[in-house]
Design a protein around this ligand. Structure first.
Ligand code: HEC
Length: 704
């Protein structure tokens, strides 16, 4: 019977919402309990009953003291309900939001920038807000939203169109809206806002669009601006000397903020790390260290004034930005009690600092690195002492690499910090990382940090991007993936020594945040649709549950009326190629819905990774191609990986400008190949033919 209900749920995504309501025992609408203006103390407490802020607490530890669900009984965890949101499943959209919970109500956002309040016990949707960002906003990075903030009766969300909105927590009605920056200038928002001290703090993305990065605070009640901190200092400000003094390179210097900051109320400081410089891959136009790009930054929480910074990469040319959230912890290192901070970056290293001063706690050495004058490379780079989470050199040459001496793709063993110019080279880690945005979790009882990371080879090549143009990608080159298999790496790191405790590899990239509980469990998702529980002690898999779409976000756990729950959004996403879905899946020990079948994984069968190259039967078309319509599809589904002009994008897709035949393009678009998703279940043969015609027209233009 249960299976029947489940099959009915999954039979049509559009119908699932109605069905879940039907199954929801026809309860009358429960009252939404209004959240107070949370105090620093409340925001600092580990999330026992409620999960009220994106990081679990404002230390961003994502640690739950709950242990009703534990190593002994997690095998019996089942789904209680699945609710479909009815949006966020387009090919360009990703489901990346961690869900908040307060006294029986969930608050969640999705890639369409829609926000939902959902009843914990029944899965019933209590209200919906439609963000409706302009379809042209936020394109180069895919459409995602990493969650909401809660406080003082309001739900806050940052939209792709760089709007920050406050919704009435009871009704979802708009209370105030602030256009943080014009999206037409290249800005967008993907990270969850921070609610703290009666204000909402929001970082902006746009580091690949030629913007000057910034983070802003607003009055939570009224939406009135409180402070702005520019992540690229202006003339006369500290750090401006690390930019060319002639011209306006700093005005386009990047350093987006992709994450929810952490806060130490006692020190009165707020912490975050920053993204790549602009242009990402062409360093010649910005000689200098380029502060505060790829840096951990501390600000006075009240005023937004600079307090300290630590730059993780000087003058980055590898897109090694730092999207992973900063985590605060108090511990004893070398016999001394310290207030510490850790952030793991795309380099695969953990940067462990004294959070009062910004000074390394375990040693970070400046070492000489290979030089490329054409990129104005930095003489030295910081090497943290301790273990890297991912390989930082290429052990075996991938198929197709050019090995001729002097002109080879692999130089310096493909090691981290190998420079390049106009000849393509290959390097590890990749532009995906190391660690990317999926949040790490930290267990304060064992001082262990859990990190989701990727082992992949990126190719790099620089080209002069010319003058930056408003709202156009400003990359200065292209990057892609080598012909080699990726691995996911999930690692446990002792942050008092910076040594690995354990580490395991996965067949596909790791692209889900984690939470850790006092029950000894780690919950982490998989792109194939599974949510898993691992032993936090040794990584042993104790439970897995197949949902209906990629789990590419972070689960949440909380207790309501004495019962512990786990909830996650199975939405899939662009860069992990997970099958798209709109489902919120709620789990409990008294849940009745069993896992979908493993093995017949929907992620593989439907819209998901294409798998190894195979002979492809070309789809049969019924009408002539319409390149204009193909352009719409291209912008919706292909730009995040292949870039607006086909030369390569953030997702490391191959250049489409190599002059492939019509059939080759159509075949790959239809059946996928390796990390290139298969689109045959998303678009009709005629539509894929349209997009093929569009790619061919781009090729024509690039030749002119
Ligand atoms: C998740 C990222 C991603 C998305 C989204 C994506 N691609 Fe790709 N694409 C790739 C990768 C990676 C490759 C390289 C595959 C390989 O050779 O291993 C690729 C290769 C290709 C190729 C072959 C190019 C060559 O010269 O080998 C074509 C054609 C292509 N993609 C078309 C498309 C179209 C059309 C869309 C949108 C409908 C699209 N891609 C969306 C990642 C992506």
């Amino acid at each position: 019977m249960q299976n029947k209900i489940l099959r009915a749920f999954l039979s049509g995504l559009g119908a699932s919402l109605a069905l879940s309501i039907a199954v929801a025992q026809q309860a009358s609408a429960p009252e939404i309990v209004v959240a107070p203006a949370f105090t620093a103390e409340q925001l600092l407490a580990p999330p026992g009953e409620n999960w009220i802020t994106n990081g679990g607490s404002i230390y961003n530890q994502r640690y739950s003291p709950l242990k009703q669900i534990n190593r002994d009984n997690v095998a019996g965890l089942k789904a209680l309900w699945r609710t479909g949101m009815g949006s966020g499943t387009n090919p360009g959209q990703s489901g990346q939001a961690q869900i908040l919970e307060y006294n029986g109500t969930l608050f969640v956002s999705n890639g369409a920038n829609d926000v939902f309040a959902i009843d914990v016990e029944t899965g019933r949707i209590l209200w919906t807000y439609h963000g409706n960002p302009d379809p042209k906003a936020g394109t180069p990075i895919g459409k995602s939203n990493r969650g909401v903030a809660l406080g003082d009766g309001l739900v806050f969300v940052g939209q792709l169109d760089a709007k920050l909105v406050a919704l009435d927590q009871r009704t979802g009605k708009l209370v105030w809206s602030a256009q943080v920056e014009p999206w037409q200038n290249g800005f967008s928002i993907t990270s969850a806002p921070l609610y703290y001290d009666g204000m909402v703090v929001q970082g902006l993305s746009g580091g690949e669009m030629g913007v000057r990065g910034r983070i802003k605070a607003y009055d939570a009640k009224t939406g009135a601006p409180r402070w702005t901190f520019y992540t690229i200092p202006g003339p006369g400000e500290k750090g401006h000397e690390t930019w060319p003094q002639q011209g306006d390179a700093w005005q386009h210097g990047g350093a987006g903020v992709w994450q929810t900051p952490s806060v130490d109320p006692e020190l009165g400081l707020i912490y975050f790390s920053t993204g790549n410089p602009g242009p990402n891959l062409f360093g010649a136009v910005r000689p200098g260290a380029n502060l505060f790009t790829v840096s951990i930054v501390a600000l006075d929480a009240h005023t937004g004034k600079y307090r300290w910074h630590f730059q993780q990469i000087h003058h980055d040319i590898w897109d090694y930005d730092s999207p992973n959230p900063t985590v605060l912890f108090d511990t004893t290192i070398k016999g001394r009690k310290v207030k510490a901070l850790v952030e793991v970056s795309k380099t695969g290293w953990a940067y462990i600092l004294d959070r009062a001063t910004g000074k390394p706690l375990l040693g970070i050495d400046e070492r000489a690195v290979p030089q490329e004058p054409g990129q104005a490379t930095a003489a030295t780079q910081p090497y943290p002492r301790g273990d890297a989470i991912v390989p930082q050199e290429i052990d075996i040459v991938p198929e197709g690499a050019n090995l001729l001496p002097g002109t080879g793709d692999i130089r310096n063993h493909g090691r981290i910090f190998t420079p390049y110019l106009t000849d393509q080279i290959m390097v590890k880690p990749s532009t995906t990382g190391g660690a990317n945005w999926p949040p790490s979790s930290y267990d304060p009882t064992t001082h262990t940090l859990y990190v989701c990371a990727t082992d992949r080879i990126s190719t790099f090549k620089a080209t002069d991007p010319g003058q930056p143009v408003l709202n156009r990608v400003y990359m200065g080159g292209g990057f892609g993936q080598a012909e080699a298999n990726d691995r996911g790496i999930f690692a446990a790191l002792d942050v008092t020594t910076n040594k690995l405790v354990w580490r395991q590899s996965w067949r596909e990239i790791c692209y889900s945040g984690s939470i850790v509980t006092a029950g000894g469990l780690l919950f982490v998702g998989r792109s194939d649709g599974r949510l898993t529980a691992l032993s936090s002690q040794n990584g042993a898999k104790l439970w897995e549950f197949m949902t209906d779409a990629g789990v590419n976000t972070t689960a949440t756990t909380f207790a309501y009326q004495g019962k512990q729950y786990v909830v996650v959004h199975a939405g899939g996403g662009v860069f992990a190629n997970g099958k798209r879905g709109d489902g919120i899946w709620m789990f409990s020990l008294d849940g009745k819905i069993p896992s979908l079948a493993l093995g017949g994984a929907p992620g593989r069968a439907g819209f998901g990774p294409g798998g190894p190259p195979t002979a492809v039967a070309l789809p049969v078309t019924t009408r002539p191609a319409n390149a204009e319509h193909g352009g719409d599809i291209y912008r919706a589904a292909c730009v995040p990986c292949h870039g607006a002009t086909g030369g390569g994008g953030s997702g490391g897709g191959a250049s489409l400008l190599k002059g492939q035949s019509h059939d080759a393009i159509l075949g790959t678009a239809s059946a996928g190949k390796n990390n290139m998703p298969a689109f045959k279940s998303v678009y009709s043969a005629d539509e894929l033919n349209d997009v093929t015609a569009y790619i061919q027209s781009m090729l024509q233009q690039s030749k002119q």
